[in-house]
Design a protein around this ligand. Structure first.
Ligand code: J2J
Length: 557
């Protein structure tokens, strides 16, 4: 085992050279990122966690000692450089311990969301041939450890389930607990001399066709985006960042997120829940300076701010991203929360845009900002023309991008890569955008077959496949419906087997849930119809069908 190269599309040598020469790729690795934080800020608080038993607070030196100790224990049970390990953890300090332990080992975290369930975790484990799953016990009324053990029994590569014994989770006989793996670390660990151009971890895509794709990110490319983001967002050692969204989300991790905080030597506060009560309490008690949320959460926080007794005066910046922040919501954020709004339009594949903290209000309220890097290349093209000519300046088109931290291909996905990327290496984001005269991006829609449910991405095809597994279902199509709170919710149309009692909507929703999928993917509404409109044949007909059904819904409402 060694660096993961199989199934990875490397940056062309010429581009890599250019990105190094420009000073973007510095050769820094994840272990080196933590080394620097320990050297410069060892005694400062790195991470604050909360749980039923109270607060947990680790300095950078403590975080590093734990990560090294765990790395040694993981090595002892056979986790080796290049191995993949699914990290399926909620927002607990052990999240950072586990992730940095894997980096110290040269093993690759595969970042699952706590909301994921058996079907997603099994697929990640299989596709990445993971050797272990790191998770918790009972959390959010779901026994993660039991599910992980069931997956380990089915997926041959998975040899271990490591359970973080966080407060509230009761150890069960047979668990390999994370704390039992903490060892006295050796002076050096295999990840300490990792190749900075190698893949450091696998992030998840929102997915468009079937299941989420895995995204291979290198030390060089990702840490460039992290350092540059930290600078754009003004992070310092005084920063107190509130992780309200799941730690594994690319936004929370890197824009500038938890890793930006480590780079700056600030403090990361891990919120156990994103609700306003919990988060406002943490803002007050920890003097939080910056937080990152999706638009529906921003709306909920704005509402709650009107009646809170909490002191929110420390909050300087509220980052909103993951889905479009409506200008009406944007306008209410600054007055309600007393914090500067920063819009963030990013993607786990790479490209991240920010409104800058000193941008005029008009730009902050009405655009999704501009790219991190002068070498982010953005092309706005006609999505209906196979030659993809650029549209006239200021016109709406499909966004293609290439740059120093945008991947050139998904992991082990040759067939999908052939359509997801252009021949010259641009990623087809699937987003419809226009560029303002200043070069700010305004997101106006999408061409991809994905629903954005309040920042949570749902591939229509994945959910359709779950519905199609029902014995009484012959066809299924999922569409997004405008929703005041979520931006979009999901509406499933189902054609049932004829001459039988059709399954009810509640039964079909339960059926999807019981197949073990994240709750946000369970259709909000299921409607059984006699037949689908005819829209032609072939793959494009799915797109046409979903469009026709969405249009039908709009007419009805
Ligand atoms: C409209 N659509 C947006 C925005 C993302 C920072 C912030 C977000 C993500 C993320 C991220 C949007 N307005 N402000 O990784 O580092 C939609 C687009 C985009 C897709 C990517 C980060 N911000 N989107 O959301 O990989 O459709 O990353 O292509 O989850 O979310 O989703 P994801």
């Amino acid at each position: 085992v060694g660096p993961v190269t199989d199934g990875v599309v490397p940056y062309p040598a010429e581009a890599a050279e250019r990105y190094r020469a420009a000073g973007y790729w510095t050769g820094q690795t994840f272990p080196a990122l933590l080394d620097a934080a320990v050297a410069d800020h060892g005694g400062r608080t790195a991470v604050v966690g909360t749980g039923p038993s109270g607060g947990e607070r680790w300095t950078y030196a403590e975080l590093d000692a734990r990560a090294r100790g765990l790395a040694a224990g993981l090595a002892e049970i056979g986790v080796a450089p290049g191995d993949r390990v699914v990290v399926w953890l909620p927002n607990v300090p052990e999240y950072l311990e586990a992730v940095f332990a894997l980096f110290r080992l040269g093993a690759l975290p595969v970042f699952a969301l706590p909301a994921h369930r058996e079907s997603e975790i099994r697929y990640f484990a299989e596709h990445a041939e993971a050797v272990a799953i790191v998770t918790v016990g009972r959390h959010d009324r779901f026994d993660h450890a039991a599910a992980a053990h069931a997956i380990a029994a089915e997926v041959p590569s998975v040899r271990h389930v490591v359970v973080a014994d966080v407060p509230g989770a009761e150890p069960v006989a047979g668990w390999l607990s994370l704390s039992s793996l903490r060892r006295t670390p050796p002076d050096t660990l295999p990840g300490d001399d990792a190749d900075p151009s190698s893949v450091a971890f696998l992030q998840l895509s929102g997915g468009t066709t079937g299941l989420s794709k895995l995204i291979p990110r290198t030390h060089d490319d990702y840490l460039y985006s992290v350092r540059a983001s930290a600078e754009i967002c003004g992070l310092t050692a005084e920063t107190v960042y509130l992780a309200a969204l799941p730690a594994s989300h690319n936004f929370t991790m890197s824009s500038p997120g938890l890793l930006g905080v480590v780079h700056a030597g600030g403090t990361a506060v891990l919120a156990p829940s994103p609700d306003a009560d919990t988060c406002f309490g943490l803002v007050e008690s920890e003097r939080v300076t910056i937080a990152a949320v999706v638009p529906p959460l921003a709306a909920a926080w704005v509402q709650a701010a009107g009646r809170t007794q909490r002191d929110l005066s420390s909050l300087q910046v509220l980052q909103v991203g993951g889905a479009k922040c409506a200008p009406e919501l944007a306008r209410r954020i600054m007055p309600a929360l007393g914090a500067r709004l920063q819009q963030v339009f990013g993607m786990a594949e790479g490209l991240v845009n920010y409104t800058r903290l000193d941008d005029p209000d008009d730009v902050v309220l009405n655009t999704q900002g501009r790219p991190i890097s002068p070498d982010d290349e953005l092309r706005v093209v006609d999505p209906d023309d196979p030659d993809e000519p650029e549209v006239a300046p200021g016109e709406v088109g499909a966004l293609l991008t290439r740059g120093p931290y945008t991947i050139r291909g998904y992991y082990r996905a040759d067939e999908h890569n052939a359509t997801a990327f252009t021949a010259d290496g641009f990623y087809r984001t699937g987003d419809l955008v226009r560029l303002t005269e200043r070069g700010d991006v305004v997101v106006s829609g999408r061409v991809k077959e994905q629903i954005n449910r309040g920042g949570e991405k749902i591939a229509a095809e994945e959910v359709e496949n779950h519905l199609l597994a029902h014995p009484d279902v012959v066809d299924a199509a999922i569409v997004g419906v405008p929703d005041d709170f979520l931006g979009e919710r999901t509406h499933a149309f189902v054609v049932a087997v004829p001459d039988r009692d059709p399954p009810g909507s509640a039964a079909l929703r339960r059926f999807v849930r019981e197949r073990g999928v994240a709750a946000y993917k369970v259709p909000d509404v299921v409607e059984v119809v006699a037949s689908f409109p005819a829209t032609g044949v072939g793959k494009t007909s799915r797109r046409a069908l979903r469009a026709a059904l969405a249009a039908h819904l709009r007419e009805e409402s």
